[in-house]
Design a protein around this ligand. Structure first.
Ligand SMILES: [Zn+2]
Length: 862
């Protein structure tokens, strides 16, 4: 919260000077008085208590809400001033420290809320306000604006003492903090969780304590250590939980003054991707009565008349003193790259970077500082996390942090997790329960680790020198920092941005030198490793992209009028400015519709780029063993390198599969220059091309072609009893099938198949019959009349089972009749094809299995 940092420090200093002396005098006077009148004081017991009497054993901590802390037992009392009644304040919380087992981790932000302090007879109440709805005050309806909206009364405290003269109320407010009054700390029991899952015990009030209070004129911060206890546990949690019977979660609570400034909310536009606070205009008749305020900093020009001016207050970032030294310079560069975008929006030096001194008297949990933080957690919850907190009434960003995990910059990769991530099954949905409205968890760091490992493997196999390795590492860090900083400026992901250049341009080092490789660094892109090492240029973007510049202009430029803003927005149809966020991306099977909006892809010809990547991986497989075998070491690194290559291969398959039944989305406004149509099906040629490539490289006889002799070496290093978890041998067939199944899950998804049929009505020429026939042929035609290898047997059975599922399975009701008819047609064909008796014994067994499956299903189909 930069707007208060410097000022508040000075105020605090002067506050100390002003108040320390009179207070000390008062204490001395009181003592004297007490000594003199002890006997006489007794009859006055029933007289109303005075604040001074109730706080005399307490330390006074002056600030927005002055707190008295008892010097003997640590309990607290809160002073509420008359002019604070019925006034709005912002409440915000963040986790200082936790364990992932409890879905709490350092730096996790809760949402910010508005609360009011109210007086009701002899009580002081705290109440959360609801700002989700807007009423035009000129409308009579505004008189009913409180109707059917529940505000949240949190707590009510008896007034312990009242100083009428100075307008002060004293309350014993400890429960506001030591109970979970302000926010829920213990996660709910999620549907689907098992009785054996790790859970926290009950809040243990005896062990829970207020650790620390920091008070400033514009914010009061209270750090609370919550302890959850239970007498016995079945699941004691991970190694990060020292003893599951007593678990601690530390939370910072902040009360913040609503900023008094002339900040004007800027309203969201569907063509640009900002985080936002959604409100509805309840007095509007519009179908889209949205008044969604984008999240942005309050940047004001020092010189309003200058085309480019420094801001009155820049956005200042601190590199936490926990940051590895070797990263600091690159991190600074990454933050400052955004100044390129801000200059276009009219601001010079909008972003400023400083390093937190080792002896700093503040820590990163202090909301007045925006900090780039580093942790090396036992179970890293994300690759990077760039949360911000806002004034919920306006969307003004008041503070932000960036959390970075060290593990993603190491060679440590958990192979199973990598496979989960590639098949989009690794996401922990429960992590964001605390702040559902503003999901800012970001797994780009994770993906980037896999990508960078792949880049390192490619370099290593080409005997690249240490300098080249360093260059790769630096580019990766630069892009990751730009990405995470982008989140804290209000930007959400733009998964469509990787369409900027063609594969040929990306493998032209002179062409891409110094350029962003993508329209926006807010994408999750593939690493740009060229198949021909001589053509290798940048691996990642080393500067912000054209979309980033444009989006910052939209969010931050002080527009003279609406038409100036509209002129900027109307550029959205330029190819370099296209946008689609996580909701539009196709990373999970069956999700979304536009194949350009994807993760792990690159170039405006993703099919060609994907085929190239597969070819590159196939070449690298052959050289892997020699390069990754180190005398005197185990084969652990070789095992990881192989998994990384497999992951790249599988990802390329996922990307291509999304073209089948794909529909391009254009969010241009009607009549906007360059507008196409909202929905345009992918061309016949591109769908065919994708299908052919999948049939060859993902389903083909020689797909995932690791040389067999490599399998003898894919060994994990033994550590203690770690193979108790399961046998250690490489699960070759299961891994390949897992990747194939993931592509099939999209190709056979009810949403995909329904869209193929529907889009035939508005331009799709690759119709359901042709598509499903080609898929069927791709999986069987090449070998069903001869011997079928073990991988293909696996695939054929898996696919046949999927057809059976369409007809008679649990989810059969989700498929259209047209799909069911084609499934039945193909199933019968499989039965016919499998009726030949050729091939080796295992093939015969396989064909017999297929036939049985088909025949049994045919009996069931009604
Ligand atoms: Zn992100």
């Amino acid at each position: 919260m930069k707007s208060i940092s410097t000022v508040s420090k000075m105020l605090l200093l002067s506050a100390c000077l002003v108040f320390a002396t009179p207070d000390a005098q008062a204490q001395r006077k009181k003592k004297k008085k007490k000594g003199q009148t002890e006997a006489a004081a007794a009859p006055k017991k029933d007289k109303k208590k005075k604040i001074a009497d109730l706080v005399k054993a307490s330390e006074k901590i002056e600030g927005l809400f002055t707190i008295y802390r008892d010097t003997t037992n640590g309990s607290i009392q809160l002073l509420v001033k008359e002019d604070q009644l019925d006034k709005e304040f912002i409440y915000f919380n963040q986790i200082e420290n936790g364990v992932l087992d409890a879905f709490s981790f350092r730096g996790a932000y809760g949402g910010s809320r508005i609360f009011k302090v109210k007086k009701f007879y002899d009580k002081i109440e705290f109440e959360y306000q609801n700002y989700g709805y807007h009423f035009d005050e000129n409308s009579a309806l505004a008189k009913a604006k409180k109707a059917n909206i529940s505000e949240a009364p949190l707590a009510s405290f008896k007034i312990e003492a009242h100083d009428k003269e100075r307008g002060l109320y004293l309350i014993k407010a400890g429960d506001l903090f030591v109970k979970e009054t302000l926010s829920q700390v213990k996660p709910p029991r999620f549907p689907g969780s098992r009785p054996t899952d790790f859970t926290l015990g009950n809040l243990d009030k005896g062990k829970t304590k207020i650790k620390n209070i920091r008070n400033y004129p514009e914010n009061t911060d209270v750090a609370v250590s919550y302890v959850y206890s239970k007498p016995s546990v079945l699941n004691g949690g991970s190694n990060a939980v020292t003893d599951g019977r007593n678990v601690r979660v530390d939370v910072y609570h902040s009360f913040i003054a609503v900023p008094e400034n002339d900040y004007e909310p800027r309203f969201d536009d569907p063509r640009v991707g900002y985080f936002m606070t959604q409100t509805n205009d309840m007095t509007s008749v519009s179908a889209t009565n949205y008044r969604d305020m984008i999240h942005r900093w309050n940047l004001v020009k020092k010189d309003p008349n200058a085309a480019v001016s420094e801001p009155v207050e820049p956005i200042t970032w601190w590199i936490e003193n926990t940051t590895p030294e070797e990263f600091r310079e690159t991190i600074k560069e990454g933050v400052e790259r955004w100044n390129i975008a801000f200059e276009k929006a009219g601001f010079k030096n909008a972003m400023v970077v400083k390093v937190q001194p080792d002896d700093a008297d503040w820590d990163a949990g202090d909301i007045r500082y925006n900090v780039l933080r580093w942790t090396s957690s036992p179970q890293p919850p994300f690759g990077g996390y760039g949360p911000s907190f806002v004034n919920p009434k306006t969307g003004q960003i008041m503070g932000a942090d960036i959390m970075l995990e060290f593990v993603y910059h190491t060679n440590r990769v958990r192979v199973e997790k990598l496979f989960d991530d590639i098949t989009a099954q690794g996401k922990n949905m429960h992590l964001d329960w605390r702040n559902k409205k503003n999901q800012t968890y970001c797994s780009y760091g994770q993906m980037m680790q896999y990508n960078t490992q792949f880049g390192r493997a490619a370099l290593a196999l080409n005997n690249a020198d240490a300098l080249a390795m360093e260059g790769l590492k630096k580019e990766a860090m630069l892009e990751l920092i730009m990405h995470e900083v982008g989140h804290t400026l209000g930007l959400n992901h733009n998964m469509k941005a990787s369409q900027l250049f063609s594969p040929a341009q990306l493998s032209d080092p002179d062409f891409i030198k110094g350029k962003a490789l993508v329209g926006s660094v807010m994408d999750y892109t593939a690493i740009n490793v060229t198949n021909d090492p001589a053509k290798q240029g940048h691996y990642y973007s080393t500067t912000v992209g054209p979309y980033d510049v444009w989006a910052i202009q939209y969010g931050y430029q002080p527009f003279k009028n609406d038409s100036e803003m509209n002129t900027l927005l109307e550029q959205s149809t330029k190819p370099e400015l296209i946008f689609g966020n996580d909701a539009d991306d196709m990373r999970a099977p069956g999700k979304a519709i536009d194949p350009r909006v994807n993760t792990g892809d690159l170039s405006n010809d993703q099919i060609t780029y994907s085929i190239d990547r597969i070819k590159l991986v196939n070449r690298m497989f052959g050289k892997l063993k020699d390069r990754y075998t180190q005398k005197g070491k185990t084969y652990n690194d070789l095992r990881i390198a192989h998994a990384i290559l497999m992951g790249q291969y599988a990802q390329a398959g996922n990307v291509m599969s999304r073209f089948i039944g794909g529909v391009y989305v254009d969010r241009a406004m009607a009549g906007q220059a360059g507008e196409t149509r909202p929905y345009t099906p992918v061309s016949y040629e591109d769908q065919k091309r994708a299908m052919k490539a999948i049939n060859t490289h993902i389903f083909g006889k020689n797909a995932f072609n690791t040389p067999n002799e490599l399998y003898n070496y894919l060994a994990r290093q033994r550590r203690g009893y770690n193979f108790f978890g399961g046998p250690e041998d490489p699960k070759i067939h299961a891994t390949v099938l897992r990747f194939q199944r993931n592509v099939l899950r999209h190709l056979m998804h009810p949403n995909t198949l329904q869209r193929v049929s529907d889009s035939e009505l508005y331009g799709n020429k690759y119709d359901l019959a042709e598509y499903m026939t080609e898929l069927n042929n791709g999986i069987f035609a090449a070998d069903i009349y001869g011997s079928v290898n073990s991988f293909r047997q696996n695939l054929q059975l898996e696919y046949t089972n999927m057809l059976v599922e369409v007809l008679t399975g649990k989810s059969s009701g989700r498929y259209t009749n047209a799909t069911k008819s084609m499934a039945l047609y193909n199933l019968k064909k499989i039965g016919q094809m499998a009726s030949n008796n050729s091939g080796n014994v295992s093939t015969k067994a396989h064909k017999s299995h297929l036939k049985t499956l088909v025949n049994n299903t045919l009996k069931e189909v009604k």
